[in-house]
Design a protein around this ligand. Structure first.
Ligand SMILES: CC(C)[C@H](C(=O)O)[C@@H](O)C(=O)O
Ligand code: SF4
Length: 464
């Protein structure tokens, strides 16, 4: 019978079906960070257990790291404590830790792929909801909670139910000024933030196949914002080229490629659901509300709650109240105070290159606080080698160290008061960027860069 990648990877890692009806899956790669792992290690100790596969477990520090002064001890006591915990746990259990001294530190979903740890056909788990990012490589990758982290540490396996599968096909070609971020915001706007509950999303079609690995990661990253815990793209030559030569890439590469190819969905596989978008119909998107589904084409007026379902209407009312916007008004031209370039969605080298090309030789608006936070130390090094850091600083941006930063503001990088930020990150929840009254507009890095220059939301197509 024809199978999807999800079927094949699942079957390959299935240990057994448990009496509860859930499946016990073997996890090939377990990534950990400082926020969600400490309690899991404590549970192991209480139970007198060890780490079953330390060689399949890798740690990095991302959420709490200051992006300016990284001297130890960190000024923030809680951040210092979390860092020390992770150092202790990885030391004690023999786990590789890409710490600040390793030169390999960065956001967990950026580090896995760039180290060559993330590979097709794998099961990958991490105590972080954006683990779906790794699905860009044709792996089944998903976020887990603390007790599941404990289970994987102790046994290399965990209990999970197999999701249904929806194929999302983007046919045709993208227009100018339209990026991967716009594709995923469009999908989430169309299907809703809960539309993917219980589903894995398989992204397919001509426009997806034409994307780079970085762009595929942007899309898979935000699957969870559409309710889908898993999102993947079938592996192809673009995938294999990206992995080749990376530190943890397989030694016998051609043998690995053959195996990886066998995981791709069969041409005649069937899906529980399909959704089709014409790539040419996708416009640059901006969020206007308090969840990533409240997104719209930048040249459209803000939506009228009257035309919405009851649930949507309630969230829209809260969104309008928080944002201080009015239905019918334009989102284009909305003044911004902060421009944030970074995060596991759009903090990769290709994102920084795109943004730098737009700001090169120009100055950001004087009232705008601009910040560029590379997703990892190696991205920072690459950007510096290309002179991108200087392009940004000459334009008036701050150039910072790697981490999650103002994506969720668990470090000193925060919005102040009701500031509006144009952000390349993935969540616009109330308070997300560190100020309870702060307001976040999600958009592509190119749109963030253009908004920083203009001091307001612009349609990137007009400046191309
Ligand atoms: C801190 C972590 C648990 C959280 C997540 O799971 O996604 C964070 O990364 C986020 O983006 O909100
Ligand atoms: S960059 Fe943002 S979304 Fe990604 S892991 Fe960090 S906090 Fe979560």
């Amino acid at each position: 019978m024809a199978k999807t990648l999800l079927d094949k990877v699942w079957e390959h890692h299935l240990v057994r079906t448990l009496p509860s009806g859930q499946d016990q899956l073997l996890i090939g790669l377990h990534l950990i960070h400082e926020v969600t792992s400490p309690q899991a290690f404590d549970m192991l100790r209480t139970m007198g257990l060890g780490v079953k596969f330390p060689g399949r477990t890798f740690a990095t520090v991302d959420h709490i790291v200051p992006t300016r002064d990284q001297q130890r001890p960190f000024q923030d006591e809680l951040a210092e404590k979390m860092m020390a915990e992770l150092e202790k746990n990885t030391d004690e259990f023999g786990i590789t830790f890409f710490n600040l001294k390793s030169g390999r530190q960065g956001i967990v979903h950026i580090v896995g792929p760039e180290m060559g740890l993330t590979q097709p056909g794998m099961t990958i788990a991490c105590g972080d909801s954006h683990t779906s990012t790794h699905g860009a490589f044709g792996s089944i990758a998903f976020g887990i909670g603390t007790s599941q982290i404990r289970d994987i540490l102790a046994s290399g396996t965990m209990a999970i139910s197999k999701p249904k599968i929806r194929r999302i096909r983007i046919d045709g070609k993208l227009g100018p000024g339209v990026y991967a971020k716009d594709i995923i915001l469009r999908i989430i706007r169309d299907l809703g933030v809960k539309g993917g509950l219980g589903y894995a999303y398989e992204y397919a079609g001509e426009a997806i196949e034409a994307l780079s690995m970085e762009e595929r990661m942007t899309i898979c990253n935000m699957s969870i914002e559409g309710g889908a815990r898993f999102g993947y793209v079938n592996p192809d030559a673009t995938t294999f080229d990206y992995i080749k030569g990376r530190p943890y890439a397989p030694k016998d590469f051609s043998e690995a490629v053959q195996r990886w190819q066998s995981y791709a969905s069969d041409a005649d596989a069937t899906y529980d659901d399909e959704y089709l978008i014409d790539g040419g119909s996708i416009a640059p998107m901006v969020t206007w509300g308090i969840n990533p589904g409240q997104a719209l084409e930048v040249d459209r007026p803000l939506p009228d709650p009257d035309g919405m379902s009851r649930d949507e209407r309630e969230v829209a009312a809260r969104a309008y109240e928080h944002m201080g916007f009015r239905p019918g008004n334009a989102i284009k031209g909305t003044p911004i105070d902060v421009a944030f370039l970074g995060s596991c969605t759009n903090g990769r080298i290709s994102d920084l290159r795109e943004a730098a090309a737009i700001v090169k030789g120009r100055r950001i608006a004087s009232k705008v606080r601009g910040m560029v936070v590379p997703g990892s130390m190696s991205i920072a090094r690459q950007a510096e080698a290309e002179g991108l850091d200087r392009i940004f600083t000459q334009a008036g941006f701050e150039w910072r160290g790697a981490g999650c930063s103002m994506c969720l503001a668990m470090n000193p990088d925060k919005l102040r008061g009701p500031e509006i930020s144009a952000s390349s990150s993935n969540r616009n929840f109330i308070g997300r960027q560190g100020s309870p009254s702060g307001r976040t507009l999600l958009m592509s890095p190119a749109m963030v860069a253009a908004a920083a220059l203009a001091g307001q939301v612009v349609d990137i197509r007009e400046s191309l």
